[in-house]
Ligand binder design. Structure first.
Ligand code: CUA
Length: 190
């Protein structure tokens, strides 16, 4: 006589749960496959790589000499007509407080922090980076229209964080170049 062994019969609920789990596992594997393909495409086809170099700087000695000494801050015209803006962020202000840049020009911001992490964000543009003590933050930009942009610090940096902001003033290139004839470093600090 055949005695039926008590087989492991699944209840309908268990079967449904197993089905849902299998489906979800398939979705996860597909998501991972897409991520691998996108990463491989970016790395191989578009040659996306980690930054080749980082520029380091001693945050405690910025004011004593070198690129970020106070007399060197502001906007400078390079021999090729491009403009470099150098600035420092510290608790709780930016120096210079008002940066002036020309329209229709390659503008490179080079900014360092003298103490803690600050944010560097120019409203109305997609310029947004962090100022990490020990490193130089470099960001390239181009401004089409004259006008004023607020530049609030957007990384919490201490009790005075809310009051830490500067301004970026975009003026016509011709006007900017006229200003640059008489001064090596330009700002709009009044
Ligand atoms: Cu500096 Cu917030």
């Amino acid at each position: 006589m055949n005695e039926e062994t008590p087989a492991l019969h699944e209840s309908p609920g268990e079967r449904l749960a197993a089905g849902v789990e299998r489906r979800w596992a398939t979705v996860v594997i597909l998501i991972m496959a897409v991520i691998v393909v996108v990463a491989a495409f970016a790395g191989i086809h578009q040659a996306t790589m980690p930054q080749a170099q980082v520029e380091t700087i001693n945050p405690t000695r910025l004011h004593l000499g070198g690129e970020f000494v106070e007399t060197n801050l502001g906007s400078a015209v390079e021999p090729n007509g491009a403009v470099t803006v150098r600035a420092v962020g510290q608790q709780y202000s930016f120096t210079p407080q008002c940066m002036v840049v020309p329209t229709d020009s390659l503008v490179t911001f080079r900014v360092a922090s003298a103490d803690v992490i600050h944010g560097f964000l120019i409203q109305g543009t997609n310029i947004n980076t962090m100022l990490v003590p020990g490193y130089v933050s470099t960001i390239a930009a181009r401004f089409d229209e004259p006008g004023d942009h607020l530049m609030p610090c957007q990384e919490f940096c201490g009790v005075g964080h809310e009051g830490m902001w500067a301004k970026v003033r975009v003026i016509n290139r011709a006007e900017f170049m006229k200003m640059a004839e008489s001064k090596l470093r330009l700002t709009c600090v009044e």
